[in-house]
Design a protein around this ligand. Structure first.
Ligand code: GDP
Ligand code: GDP
Ligand code: MG
Length: 324
């Protein structure tokens, strides 16, 4: 077994691989258009930024699902700036907005890293959780393919045993990415699959293990029990596993995403977020709200169904692309 960190060399490569400005650009098209048409409406017929423009701006941000609290914080900052600079032209509003949003997000230092994961443990175990349909399996598939392409040995654990289709879907991603899969029959114990997958990852000298889970549990107690059980069996093999718990959120559900983040955080120790389906929505502003309000970093964003459409989330690049 290799000692120490597998990765430093891969780091840069992975990040490069996962940050394509054209994919970001295209994936945020709907949000950008929505935001800009609302901003254009906010300043129609006004030459300077006044209270009425600020009210309209507030509405535009809320309509883009930035979230009320974050919107108010942004408006406060713009107000402050207008007061300082006295006369602010409405033509400058986009620039101010972009600068203030970026500054606001960067103030949340807990979530400032650009690196996805440090992969310093081997195998590096990532437990992927989230409500049914948000994009967990797809995110795992894309991640597996990209990490494989970067030269890491990746394994998949099919611990969503609730539907046969879930196991089949992960199997397809296994074939597509070349990452071996550990699975059992539908209905088997998810914790048993998780255990088997980690045992296999260790014996096959894998760098990364991605474990898929079901999001169907009907209440928080069930969810908590199942996730605790998975955690417990993993820790029999590696005491500090899982090294990351990645919560996947569907960006097109807007406010629901915030709610899910809070529910899952109560059920288990979530360490990272992925926000998916941003390509299909004009409500991509939700990522701004989540990055501002939560102490858990958004590490990935999903911008489509293809392998390359999972991108590392970078605050600056995200805001810049939104206002391009
Ligand atoms: P799971 O139930 O959480 O495992 O969700 P799945 O991975 O099965 O995804 C549910 C659906 O969302 C599938 O049809 C995926 O192709 C689709 N999906 C996932 N991520 C994205 C994304 O970033 N963009 C788009 N457009 N579709 C996505
Ligand atoms: P429904 O048919 O989808 O409404 O599910 P049920 O409520 O009939 O669930 C049947 C059994 O499966 C119950 O014992 C649930 O606790 C269990 N169950 C529900 N969701 C999940 C899941 O995501 N994973 C696992 N392992 N069991 C689940
Ligand atoms: Mg799934």
């Amino acid at each position: 077994m290799k000692t120490g960190s597998v990765v430093p060399v891969f780091f840069i490569y992975i990040c490069k691989l996962m940050q394509h400005s054209d994919i970001l650009n295209k994936g945020l098209e709907k949000t950008r258009k929505g935001l800009f048409s609302r901003l254009a409406r906010a300043v129609t017929g006004r030459s300077r930024v006044d209270d009425q423009v600020l009210d309209q701006l507030e509405e535009a941000l809320i309509a883009s699902d930035v979230g009320v609290d974050t919107t108010l914080r942004i408006i406060d900052r713009i107000e402050e700036r207008v007061r300082r600079d006295k006369y602010v032209n409405t033509e400058e509003l986009n620039l101010y907005l972009r600068e203030e949003i970026e500054a606001l997000l960067l103030e949340n230092k807990a979530t400032n890293q650009v690196m996805p994961f440090d992969f310093s443990k081997k195998p590096f175990v990532i437990l992927v959780v989230g409500v049914n349909g948000v994009g967990k399996t797809t995110t795992i598939g894309k991640l597996a393919a990209q990490l494989k392409a970067a030269g890491l040995k990746v394994m998949l654990g099919a611990a969503d045993t609730f539907r046969a289709a879930a196991i089949e879907q992960l199997t397809i991603w296994s074939e597509r990415s070349g990452a071996p899969i550990v699975k059992q029959a539908m209905g088997s114990d998810p914790a048993a699959v998780a255990y088997d997958s980690l045992a296999s990852a260790i014996s096959r000298d894998m760098d990364v293990l991605l474990i898929d889970t079901a999001g169907r549990l009907h209440n928080k107690v069930n969810l908590m029990n199942e996730l605790s059980k998975i955690r417990k069996v993993l820790q029999k093999l590696i005491p500090d596993a899982p090294h990351e718990v990645l919560l996947v959120l569907d960006g097109s559900t807007g406010q629901n995403a915030y709610q899910q983040a809070s529910e899952f955080s109560k059920a288990t120790d979530v360490t990272a977020l992925a926000v998916t389906k941003l390509d299909g929505t004009a409500k991509g502003g939700v990522v701004i709200g989540i990055s501002d309000m939560l102490q858990i970093p958004v590490k990935f964003i999903g911008l489509g169904e293809g392998i390359d459409d999972l991108q590392v989330f970078d605050k600056k690049a995200f805001v810049a692309t939104l206002f391009e």
